[in-house]
Design a protein around this ligand. Structure first.
Ligand SMILES: Cc1cc2nc3c(=O)[nH]c(=O)nc-3n(C[C@H](O)[C@H](O)[C@H](O)COP(=O)(O)OP(=O)(O)OC[C@H]3O[C@@H](n4cnc5c(N)ncnc54)[C@H](O)[C@@H]3O)c2cc1C
Length: 382
């Protein structure tokens, strides 16, 4: 059924597993087109603000969340990142002005994932839809992907069997829906670990730039999260001793470490079961693309469902996913290299290349997320 869907299409039952940023976006984009999806999550609530993984919200995400009004709220709440700098052993490698990307939005802004989730939930609640927390999809094979049947476990231990017309798995990297479909998650894990720490400062700090400092070997990234909070992320276990604090530290709010995987599922759908976000693809945080790419999946899927063209979803998304994975893989290799010869070549050639206008523009467009196909349902230029 084409052309925005009929009343019939909108009465199709839709179950979304996972109320992270991707599941919430799918619910919101469906709700604003007249659908009434059900959204469940086995966790107790949205991501605690202090434990947010994703911080970078790119311009493409703001384009996508403009029709729902969420983009405007994100712009109000987020830190505007005007400059993106790379330093090597203290020397400035290059600096990009994020506003030079053109269009309505600068390339990237900083906002804690937990905050983004709350803004999405607020917009969703205007349609009378609230995530059902502590309600998880029970792992198990989905026998008929055309008319999927899944069991939900409620907080009181009760189990409910549901047979939605459409099942969306936005249930993260360990997705029960993906496993239930019998899909693999091929790819690789890097040897390297990434370490992160968030500091809240007592004094005035400059939050208008993001920076990557490259050492030989290793790196430390610096990204503002709030007016008084900065995240540092590194490949070096002992990186905290190298941080040059911009003001007096008031609190070390969060620290964590994780191993990097590059994996994606193909196809991203079987029958009427669809995968979006980390359930479908995971990669390194270099480039801040993970949540943004997942939000893009959710928006495309909702639009295709409304158009009655959801069977095109996987074919349309896979090229974008592969491109972002390839690019973040290259970027991650570049910042984690340990071979002295390779480091010397990088340090010699990267600054020369980055003096070239087309190279800078390409880099900026990818930070903005403009390197994947434009959403055809949004008619203004980005
Ligand atoms: C250190 C770090 C930094 C990052 N920085 C960025 C960044 O700056 N920008 C960016 O775009 N991305 C970033 N990412 C990636 C980003 O965090 C993820 O891509 C994003 O959280 C994916 O969203 P999601 O909704 O797909 O999955 P998740 O956020 O993992 O949400 C999945 C939800 O599903 C629920 N769930 C799980 N199992 C079930 C079940 N069986 N039934 C029901 N619900 C279930 C979970 O409780 C959870 O709420 C970063 C990642 C890391 C590790």
């Amino acid at each position: 059924m084409a052309g925005g869907g009929s009343g019939d299409a909108k009465s199709r039952s839709i179950l979304i597993a996972g109320a992270g940023p991707v599941g919430l976006t799918a619910a919101l984009e469906l709700a604003r087109r007249g659908f009434v999806p059900r959204i469940v999550d086995d966790g107790p609530g949205p991501t605690p603000i202090e434990e947010s993984r994703a911080l970078g919200v790119n311009a493409r995400t703001l384009t996508l969340l403009s029709p729902s009004g969420v983009a405007e709220r994100i712009v109000e709440a987020a830190q505007s990142i005007d400059r993106f700098r790379v330093r090597s052993n203290g020397r400035m490698f290059f600096e990009l002005d994020t506003k030079q990307v053109g269009g309505r939005f600068s390339a990237i802004r900083g906002l804690a994932q937990g905050h983004t989730e709350r803004l999405l939930m607020e917009a969703l609640s205007a349609y009378g839809i609230t995530p059902e927390w502590q309600t998880g999809i029970v792992a198990g094979a989905i026998a008929d992907v055309k008319r999927p049947e899944v069991a939900l476990r409620h907080p009181d231990g009760r189990t409910e069997t549901v047979r939605p017309n459409i099942l969306i798995g936005a249930d993260g990297a360990h997705s029960a829906v993906r496993k239930g479909m019998g899909a693999g998650f091929p790819g690789e894990a890097l040897e390297a670990y990434f370490y992160l720490v968030d500091f809240r400062y007592a004094g005035q700090i400059d939050t208008h730039f993001a920076e990557v400092s490259i050492f030989d070997p290793g790196m430390i990234g610096r990204l503002p999260i709030a007016a008084d909070v900065i995240r540092y992320i590194s490949t070096l276990e002992d990186f905290e001793s190298r941080i040059v604090h911009p003001a007096v530290v008031a609190e070390r709010t969060w620290a964590s470490h994780f191993r990097i995987h590059f994996r994606h599922v193909e196809p991203m759908a079987k029958g009427n079961v669809f995968l979006a976000g980390d359930a479908a693809h995971i990669h390194s945080p270099a480039g801040a693309r993970g949540m943004n790419l997942g939000i893009e999946d959710a928006c495309w899927l909702a639009w295709l469902i409304a158009e009655g063209r959801e069977q095109e979803y996987s074919g349309l998304r896979i090229p974008a996913v592969k491109q972002v994975l390839k690019q973040t893989y290259g970027l991650t290799r570049l910042i984690t290299m340990a071979n002295p010869l390779a480091i010397a070549a990088r340090n010699l050639f990267a600054p020369l290349l980055l003096r070239l206008g087309p190279v800078r523009r390409t880099l900026l467009r990818s930070v903005a997320g403009y390197d994947t196909p434009r959403p055809p349902w949004i008619d203004w230029a980005e």
